[in-house]
Design a protein around this ligand. Sequence first.
Ligand code: PEP
Ligand code: MN
Length: 300
Amino acid sequence: MIEARLASKSQAQHKTTVHIGNGVTCGGTEILVVAGPCSVESAAQMDKVSAKLSRGGIHALRGGVFKPRTSPYAFQGLGEEGLILLEQARALSGMPIITEVMSIEQIDLVARYADVLQVGSRNMQNFELLKALGHQTKPILLKRGLSATIEEFLMAAEYILSNGNPNVILCERGIRSFDGFTRNVLDLGAVAALKQITHLPIIADPSHAAGKHELVADLARAAIACGADGVMVECHPEPEKSVSDARQALSLDEALSLAESLRAVAGVVGRKLNKNDNSHFSSFPFGHNSVKLRSASVSL
Ligand code: PEP
Ligand code: MN
């Protein structure tokens, strides 16, 4: 018996819908598709990402600016400069943005720009960070720890809920196992189990699970088929040039067609995938000519 007083379902139909901004939700009938680069790298990169992804079945943009890297010598993220690029990407695309916060000190800064604050796997049991995020009003995307049990995962969410923030989205991103062929193992059993135990929405991140771009689309479809409320995938205008997680990065076209392929799967399990309608953003006050060009360049 898991002592998740607030995260547990009170009855089978009990479901929470989290509103993440600009009409985009997670946990209702509609599937949420999040896409974007592992790291925000440059204005040119984010321009291409927001231009391409803003039409079609992708609803929110991701991009890390504070990066939890295994090596302290690896790229650590652009920090506030990256947040400004994300804010511009949101203005151009109309899509809400999701980015990671790694420490209590970063919360105010990240919350000023982001629509959803991500807690990375390596911080899933950083209880002081979770408590502090409980005092925020913005939604929290809580990623499962690399070796966290389902109970530990749910109790981590409970830390945020019990400190006052009801807007938590869980994210299964693969757990460590013995087989090095894939980076991690996407635990779809946990997705199915969590759908029964908790009213919180749960999405899957097949990119960090597989670690190989060629496996991402199949795992994304499997996640939706087994009840996930959405998926989050990494993509890049030039995948092989990604400064982080290049091996798992999809191209922007691949991300768009993956999203489109989720439509049929969603229908089978009683969900739907809405197209992102950001046509009103073509009247955005700056660079509107390029915005029109950009919108027109997406063919779906
Ligand atoms: C990420 O989403 O960029 C990330 C670092 O993921 P995780 O915390 O799941 O490793
Ligand atoms: Mn990554």
